[in-house]
Design a protein around this ligand. Structure first.
Ligand SMILES: CC(C)(COP(=O)(O)OP(=O)(O)OC[C@H]1O[C@@H](n2cnc3c(N)ncnc32)[C@H](O)[C@@H]1OP(=O)(O)O)[C@@H](O)C(=O)NCCC(=O)NCCS
Length: 490
């Protein structure tokens, strides 16, 4: 009965529906397993950095696609990452504890990226290493407002320890067949205004020249977070703040925070796949879902995103999932977006119907049926400025997306995605239809777990059971149109 396109019932797991995996022996098709370079791709410890010949490189890329699983998806990301300025690929921050515990995995994955000609800028911490060394040398320190009061003796140890961690990561990447360079003097700082803190600094800027130079030479820049003032005095600065300064300076496509937690976890310990900071942070804190270090990290992330375009994303994930995070839609950690606040209404009450009508009609370029607002709905997800919305109804006992619209002037800025994700959080199982000629269908096809085309209409669904799908298709095809003649140009 269908005209092709059938994708199967599938199920929504995590922040987005995952398209079916393609042949991938090593991962047995489970997109949720951590992924690692296959044997023979990440080279053994001790191998010298080698540049590939074009044939080797070709084989490497073919193997990469074989192993990452979903070729289409990985190819899209690879192309996206390679587009434009190579220094804008990604900034990756790795904390000291994570660095020490996952060095072989992390350096293997970073070496792997250099073989794909991708050179993320790494910035690392070294907190536990510093604590240990200060302890060994019996240098006492205290904390004031979360900052380590830093004596002259302590700053020398901090510098030494961070440079050592930096060197070890660079060497490990090289040993795995990639190339990297330690960048130790790039962070500019000035002394903290609270002089009681001693040699603690505030970041004033980043010298990007050595970073660009390393990338030009096909090396991953590994930035040590020690700051230096105008006189060359080392200062103790927070690695997260350095990472933020790097992101602001480089505007990368990805900002990834690597932690052993692997993401932001909710009260029951499960990774929260998606956070819209604007909409979720306060509620999550009030409900006690994120506390302590994670809450701090999220507040800092929000501060960072506040200064960047709303389309910027931050991912918190584990080093064990780095490659998968980069090359699959689903990823495996927490995907954070500043996002815009999307209102959720359960009835038409409180909705300005004229503005709503204008929004829908202007987006589709067609007139809504006269009685549209008399019909029962279950939810409206609405941008407070009436630039975008999703309208949900109950149909045949299932949730039906009746309208999804963003005004023309706001299209392409990510508002549709915000509305969509707000809707998905409430309605993880749903169906909808779209005119077969609608260009958005390629995106719908990626979002849905199943789709079927019938002449003018294509019906999509997410998370429906096999037994519901036939009913959903029948219902969607029978519905009378709610949009009529094209709007007359004004
Ligand atoms: C469909 C619509 C709501 C999308 O809103 P938007 O704010 O432009 O979408 P976003 O900028 O958030 O983009 C969301 C995704 O859709 C993709 N997309 C947007 N317009 C697209 C198009 N014309 N063709 C293919 N993909 C498109 C984007 O690339 C993006 O993909 P990504 O998440 O992989 O990056 C909006 O274009 C619209 O109102 N269209 C007219 C009404 C309509 O056709 N509604 C759907 C009827 S079923």
């Amino acid at each position: 009965m269908s005209e092709g396109l059938y994708k199967g019932p599938g199920e929504v797991r995590g922040r987005r529906p995952v398209p079916a995996q393609q042949g991938n022996g090593a991962r047995s098709g489970d997109p949720f397993l951590p992924w690692h370079p296959p044997e023979g791709l990440a080279r053994g410890a001790g191998a010298a950095p080698v540049r590939k010949t074009s044939v080797e490189n070709y084989e490497f890329i073919i193997n990469f696609f074989k192993n990452i699983g979903n070729t289409k998806e990985a190819n899209t990301y690879l192309r996206l990452f390679k587009k434009g300025n190579p220094s804008r690929f990604a900034v990756i921050k790795v904390g000291g504890k994570t660095l020490a515990e996952t060095m072989p995995v992390l350096s293997g994955d970073l070496a792997y990226l250099t073989n794909l000609d991708l050179f993320p800028v790494i910035v690392h911490g070294g907190g536990p290493q510093i604590d240990r060394e200060l302890d060994v040398r019996r240098i006492a320190f205290e904390k004031k407002d979360g900052l380590r009061v830093t004596s002259r003796e302590a700053i020398d140890v901090i510098r030494e320890v961070l440079e050592d961690a930096n060197r070890k990561l660079v060497e490990a990447i090289r040993a795995q067949g990639g190339d990297a360079e330690g960048i130790r003097l790039a962070v500019k700082a000035r002394p903290h205004p609270d002089r009681d803190l001693g040699f603690v600094g505030e970041v004033t800027g980043i010298d990007l020249k050595p970073i660009f130079r390393a990338i030009r030479m096909d090396r991953i820049p590994v930035v040590s977070p020690v700051g230096f003032d105008d006189y060359g005095q080392p200062l103790n600065v927070n690695a997260d703040v350095v990472a933020r300064a790097l992101v602001l300076a480089l505007r990368p496509k990805k900002f990834i925070l690597l932690t052993d937690e692997g993401g932001v976890r909710d009260g029951s310990g499960k990774i929260i796949p998606f956070i819209n900071l604007t909409a979720d942070l306060q509620g999550m804190q009030e409900r006690g879902e994120v506390t302590g270090g994670m809450a701090l990290k999220l507040r800092e992330t929000k501060q960072l995103l506040d200064e960047l375009p709303t389309t910027m994303f931050v991912t918190i994930t584990s080093p064990h999932s780095l490659i998968k995070e980069l090359f699959t839609v689903k990823g495996s950690g927490t995907f954070i977006k500043l996002g815009s606040e999307i209102e959720h209404h359960r009835t038409w009450k409180g909705i300005n119907r004229d503005r709503m009508r204008t929004l829908i009609e202007a987006s589709f370029g067609r007139k809504l049926v006269r009685d549209y607002f008399q019909r029962d709905i279950t939810s409206i997800f609405l941008d407070p400025k009436y630039r975008g919305c999703a309208v949900m109804r109950k149909m045949a006992g299932m949730d039906y997306l009746d309208k999804f619209a963003v005004r023309k002037e706001a299209q392409g800025e990510g508002l549709g995605r915000d509305v969509w994700l707000a809707m998905l959080q409430e309605y993880p199982k749903l169906f909808w239809r779209s005119r077969t000629s609608n260009p958005i269908n390629s995106w719908y096809f990626d979002q849905s777990t199943g789709a079927v085309k019938f002449g003018d209409w294509t019906v999509f669904w997410i998370g429906l059971r096999e037994s519901q799908i036939r009913r959903a298709i029948k219902t969607a095809l029978k519905l009378p149109p709610t949009l009529q003649d094209p709007l007359r140009p004004k």
